[in-house]
Each structure stands twice: as structure tokens, then as C-alpha cells.
Design a protein around this ligand. Sequence first.
Ligand code: NAP
Length: 291
Amino acid sequence: MTAICLIIGDPVSHSLSPRMHNAAYRAVGLESSFVYGSARVTSAQLPDAMAAIRTLGVRGVSVTMPHKEAVMAYLDSIDPTAAQLGAVNTIVNERGVLTGYNTDCYGIAKPLAQAIGGDSCEGCGDAPSTEPLNALVLGAGGAARAAAFALRSLNIPFSVTARTDERARDVAIRFGGSTLSWDVRDTAQAKIVINTTPIGMQSKEATAVATDDGQSPPQSPLPHRRWLPSNIAFETIYTPAETPFIVAARAGGASVILGGQMLLWQGVRQFELFTEREAPIESMRDSVEKR
Ligand code: NAP
């Protein structure tokens, strides 16, 4: 019997997850026993979609915007990390019992740990570099919570800044960070900056906020930052691969971590949860990078 895995969200047409997971199945010879597809599911359709997942015995589900919080109500159990984050991006169906996980924090912690000279994060390796580090998280949604969780597990002090102060405060309080006003974000001296806003995303759904002239959308969440070679810019957006945030950071000599790397590592952990096999990391990386 073929195990069916799916990504659900709205929109999902831009998602690289089907390509990445199917490449992984082929790489380990699972292509006749696993198949991964996508389904656009609106918020109104979520109850029916979750019932169908149970009825059809769908093995694994990747969950993307806007359902990461709402799906939690339909699950039988939730792993402690996902419970702390208040968001599920992965569902595993084990003989009709649906368990929710969150692999987004691993998607941030793993490449960040590699970039700071260790290979460390909660459950993923050795001790990190001893150099004093600090971080700024832009945005205060689900990806920001995953970033804050990852930074806490790497012992990196951080501030959160978002256009909605109250949401920034919530994330900071929950994970032990501080807050910074959105208006002064460009002046922050943080060594690591993680963009979790959709500013710079290439999609009509990404952002409707206009610039001062009221015409074009903003290009970067940090339009005036002076980047330094000692900085690390972490982008969560993966379409386009090089956002204006990344282009500016590169121009200043900073190290960069692309959204494709987050996609890869959160997907690696998902693959392992769905198949109970070791993930073919290089095949998955190729499928993301050679698009
Ligand atoms: P979310 O929960 O909707 O949070 C988005 C955050 O960005 C909110 O704080 C929101 O502010 C802020 N924001 C949105 N538009 C803005 C604008 N024009 N100006 C200033 N702030 C703005 O979304 P999410 O689930 O965290 O996802 C955020 C990003 O992470 C998306 O680009 C997504 O593609 C990416 N992501 C990537 C991966 C990966 O594997 N690479 C995985 C997960 C997510 P308000 O609260 O004021 O609305």
C-alpha cells in the first residue's frame, strides 16, 4: 500500500515541499511506497480536510499558513515542543492516532548552529561557539516563535521587533527575550538578524503594505541597516531565493542563511517522522537549490 503525505495550506501552489519530499523518497527507494502531494485547504475547509485525513489514513501532513495553530484542535496528541510553540507544522498518523509536531524550530536552529561555528541546537549536536552573540527577530508570528525557541535553545540573547508591539511582547515574554520598537529596528546592533516577516516575498499574498509614496511594496524589512562582515542575516522566505534583505546583507559582507535552508532542515525532520528512515539530506538539498 502507498502511504500518502500532503502539504495543506492556503496558498500552497508556491510550495517546494512536494518536490523535496518526492526527491527524498526516490533517493532512498521509497518512491513506490510513499507519495507526497499538496492540497489547498481554506480555513472554512479545515474541519472537512482533517476528517478526510483520518478517513483516508493519510500518513503525514505538512501544515503551512494559515493553519498551524488551528489544526491543533483536531489532533489526538501534541509533542511538547509544538505545545510550547503553540503551533504544529507536522502531523503523523500512526494507525489512526494523529500527533502534532513542530519542525520549524529545528529548521532555524540547525543552520544557525552551523553558521555560528558549532553544529548545535537542542537535540542536534555539539556545543556552539563561545563568542558572545545576540540576535534580533523581525516579526512576531509563528516563524518568529520558532526563531525565539531556537535562539533560546542555543543560549543566544535576543530582541523581538514587530509592527504590532503587543505581539512582539508576547513572543519575547514566552521565550525570554526583550523587545525593540519597530520604528528603530534599523539601528539595532544585533549580530544575528532573523527575518520572519513576509516582506520581500515574491507573491501577491505576501504583503499589502505600501511605501510612503503609496505605490510599491517595501523591499526589505530593514531598508536602512548598515551590515557588517561579522553579521549573520537569516531569511525565512524561500521565494525568491535571494530577497532584498539577503542582497543587502551580502553587499555589506555579512554571512547569510537562506530560507531554503530552513525549508530543508524542517523537511529533513519531517521526512524522518513520516518514514522512520534517515533523510537523504543531499538529495533534498539539491531539490531545493536546483529549482
Ligand atoms: P505569521 O504568523 O502571519 O507572522 C508574520 C509576521 O510578520 C507578523 O508579526 C506580522 O505582523 C508581520 N508582518 C506581516 N506583514 C508585514 C508587513 N508588511 N510589515 C511588517 N510586518 C509584517 O506568518 P509565519 O507563519 O510566521 O510566516 C512568516 C514567514 O516565514 C513567511 O514568509 C513564511 O514563508 C516563512 N516561513 C518559512 C519557512 C521555511 O521553511 N523556510 C517555514 C515557515 C515559515 P502582524 O502580527 O502585525 O500582522
